[in-house]
Ligand binder design. Structure first.
Ligand code: NAD
Length: 454
């Protein structure tokens, strides 16, 4: 019997489409086809591979609006965000294409001969993506892996396979070889697990929860399979009294409400210096109440629904009705809606202050001085992102160095730029994606010594 995953529109709970789930036998067949395609791809001239990837980027560019509309339907993303996401996939392909002809090894001085290193593709790479940013995260793994000469098997999340499936169709329209990039929708513990356990898959790039990431890492260890992990976060937004407070407040709502808070980089721990704490809260309340929550297809909407009923239940469990909070508004009726919420009176060790809620919920906590701010910021098992608001350059640099996280921004909440490396400290992950070294993560370094004395 064929198992199907039902893709629901999170804003209406209506069925968008049902997608058949890939079985382990089908994963096995896909690996075989991908391996054959990869051998030819790796042997092709670098300029030809680069040209095809650039063409892929152009085809994606021609379909940005269509991909964005699909992302709105299956993931409930606001249309503005969804356009950015489709554009990000295009930009990644373009950027990675630029690396194909620059994937240089080194020549290292040694006695008795010449020593060179060669960066060779790994083979078949499995990319396992989450539902929160289906399209960009699929592209983060896929674009550099293809550029470095690998084949890619992409397993999208059960709830959001549609943009990934369309991306694979567009790859063929662009002229990429058949089977080089295949999308295998299905259950994590079936299709995803089959990729993780398959001896023909050389590397797993996993983005998702820390819980599943640990299981995958353990399985990869068994085979010494390469693995990159992009996991959870509980990132601080540190506001010092010497900051431009109006700017810090204005930027705070969307720093944790973007994508309805379903963002691994969401700044969900707002840490505010005690001397400006009350003023910060007075200014924050109207800013939270003003956030426009509603139909994600409406251009004016700033925040859409959560992805699913399961996620809604999870978020609700962190916010009891009687808890002290600043609350925004959300639509009633069908759809997985939860209002913007800032918990204003909970201890730093409460679950909502420590665990990743993955919804539009932040906590605000006071701190005394720089040392206290750093202590609170680091009091988490995660280390993905963080922001520091101050006008003091020395403090900005000191705190940036002291906070244990992979992606920090000063007087901004920016985390993801395809030009710069992205990844987590501690239990937020292992390895880095994006940036100038993205292709290298999909290669093995081979060292060759050539004797001049024979
Ligand atoms: P998840 O871990 O439940 O699932 C992620 C993916 O893994 C899905 O495709 C799922 O089908 C698959 N999967 C599940 N079990 C598996 C198994 N046993 N073997 C192989 N694959 C399996 O996570 P989610 O709920 O889809 O995503 C939310 C999480 O992702 C959050 O914790 C968030 O912080 C994290 N995330 C991290 C980043 C980052 O870059 N660090 C980015 C986005 C999301």
């Amino acid at each position: 019997m064929t198992v199907e995953h039902h893709v629901l529109n999170p804003a209406t709970e209506e069925l968008v489409r049902s997608v058949p789930a890939t079985t382990p036998a089908e994963v096995d067949a896909a690996v075989g086809r991908a391996a054959a395609a990869q051998r030819k791809w790796a042997a092709a001239a670098p300029a030809d591979r680069a040209r095809l990837l650039r063409r892929f980027a152009v085809v994606v560019d021609d379909h940005v609006e269509e991909l964005a509309r699909l992302e709105v339907l299956e993931a409930g993303h606001t249309i503005g965000n969804a356009r950015w996401e489709a554009g990000n996939a295009r930009d990644l392909l373009d950027y990675a294409a630029g690396g194909v002809e620059r994937l240089n090894g080194r020549q290292i001085p040694v006695p008795g001969g010449l020593d060179i290193t060669v960066l060779e593709p790994l083979g078949v790479v499995g990319v396992i993506a989450p539902w929160n940013f289906p399209l960009p995260i699929a592209a983060w793994g896929t674009a550099p892996a293809l550029a470095a000469g690998n084949a890619v098997l992409l397993k999208p999340a059960e709830t959001t396979p549609l943009t990934a499936l369309r991306l694979a169709e567009l790859a063929l329209v662009a002229g990429l070889p058949e089977h080089l990039f295949q999308v295998l929708p299905g259950a994590g513990d079936v299709a995803g697990n089959a990729l993780v356990e398959h001896p023909g898959v050389a590397k797993i790039v996993f983005t998702g929860s820390t819980r599943v990431g640990k299981q995958i890492m353990a399985k990869c260890a068994d085979r010494v399979k390469r693995v990159t992990l992009e996991l959870g976060g509980k990132s601080p937004n540190i506001v010092f009294a010497d900051s431009d407070l109006d700017a810090a407040v204005a930027a705070t709502p969307m720093s944790f409400l973007d994508n309805s808070g379903q963002d691994c980089c969401a700044r969900t721990r707002i840490l505010v210096q005690r001397s400006v704490y009350d003023r910060f809260l007075d200014l924050l309340a109207p800013a939270i109440e003003a956030v426009v929550v509603g139909d994600p297809a409406d251009e004016k909407t700033q925040m859409g629904p959560l992805i699913s009923g399961t996620q809604l239940d999870r978020v609700r469990s962190y916010v009891p009705d009687d808890v002290k909070a600043i609350r925004g508004t959300a639509p009633e009726g069908p759809g997985f809606w939860f209002p913007p919420t800032v918990l204003t009176d909970i201890p730093p060790d409460a679950p909502a202050a420590r665990e990743e809620v993955f919804g539009p919920v932040a906590v605000v906590l006071p701190f005394e001085d720089e040392e206290d701010a750093v202590r609170l910021a680091n009091a988490t098992e995660y280390g993905l992102s963080g922001s520091i608001w101050t006008r003091d350059v020395g403090r900005a640099l000191r705190v940036s160095r002291a906070v244990q996280a992979g992606n920090l921004s000063v007087n901004s909440h920016s985390s993801v730029r395809y030009w710069t490396p992205f990844g987590g400290y501690k239990q937020s992950g292992l390895g880095r994606e994006l940036g100038p070294d993205a292709l290298a993560a999909f290669t093995e370094t081979k060292n060759v010594f050539i004797s001049t004395e024979a």
